[in-house]
Design a protein around this ligand. Structure first.
Ligand code: AMP
Length: 249
């Protein structure tokens, strides 16, 4: 079984981004970039399926600028066998990424595609769902457990107030939630090995996909600043302020 794992290069989760002064977006010049954390979980899950004898090949895919090669090398250091970079400087929105992944899925014929549930930069949570629709495959989103057996995937999903278990025939789409696994540390020998793994580069046009953005960002703004807290001298004052000033009780 071949597994395709899309991995996105995003601003590192430790970086506090600044909104550009013209409100057109966030400033990502000279900030640390890393693999989207949910995608690390996706690669880890694919590698565990391969180690468990359920998968034979893992192909990591990243769409974006040339530097996405680094993200693909990280995926290969975790254990992906090869990488495909869909190179473009165009701003990529979820529908465009889903179309690119659909074209690659048609070519590569994977039995399973494991994506992150969302990219932590624009928090869209759309690509996996759109890809499932374009391919006409079943999807299990927000997975916290994946079992592959007898040509089907049994996936436990994190839903409001509990867990839901669904079974879906392969090929299928799975998107990862935080509790699916804890990705391994990337070791130096594996980073060195990853440098020798095959990395193919294609352009959106090679896949016959038009990635022109469909949505326009009107404005990006910082959340309002929280005002400072106040000290109250006793419970009576607290209750009085909650009642009369905050008007919450
Ligand atoms: P989103 O719908 O943007 O929140 O992204 C959900 C998932 O789609 C991510 O966790 C990735 O697995 C995948 N994805 C989104 N954008 C890209 C991209 N440019 N390259 C590769 N994978 C992507």
């Amino acid at each position: 079984m071949k597994i395709l794992v899309p991995v996105k290069r995003v601003v590192d989760y430790n970086v506090k981004v600044q909104v550009k002064s013209d409100g057109s977006g966030v400033d990502i010049a000279n900030v640390k970039m890393s693999m989207n954390p949910f995608d690390e979980i996706a690669v880890e899950e694919a590698v565990r399926l391969k180690e468990g004898g359920k998968a034979t090949e893992i192909v990591a895919v990243s769409a974006g600028v040339t530097q996405c090669q680094e993200t693909l090398r990280t995926a290969m250091a975790i254990g992906a066998d090869r990488g495909i970079l869909v190179e473009t400087t165009e701003e990529l929105q979820p529908l465009a990424v889903a179309k690119l992944l659909k074209a690659l899925a048609d070519k590569e014929q994977p039995q399973l595609i494991i994506l992150g549930k969302q990219a932590i930069d624009d928090d869209s949570n759309q690509t996996g769902q759109m890809l499932a629709a374009l391919l006409g495959w079943g999807q299990a989103t927000f997975a916290s457990k994946v079992v592959i057996e007898d040509g089907k995937a049994t996936v436990t999903r994190e839903v409001d107030g509990g867990l839901e278990t669904v079974a879906l025939p392969l090929p299928a789409i799975v998107t990862t939630d935080l509790r699916l696994n804890e990705p391994r540390y990337v070791t130096l020998p594996n980073i060195m090995k990853a440098k020798k793994k095959p990395l193919e580069t294609v352009k959106p046009a090679d896949l016959g996909v038009d990635v022109t953005p469909r949505l326009k960002t009107l404005k990006v703004a910082e959340p309002p600043k929280r005002s400072a807290g106040i000290m109250v001298k006793d419970v009576a004052e607290l209750v009085s302020r909650l009642k009369n000033e905050a008007k919450v009780i």
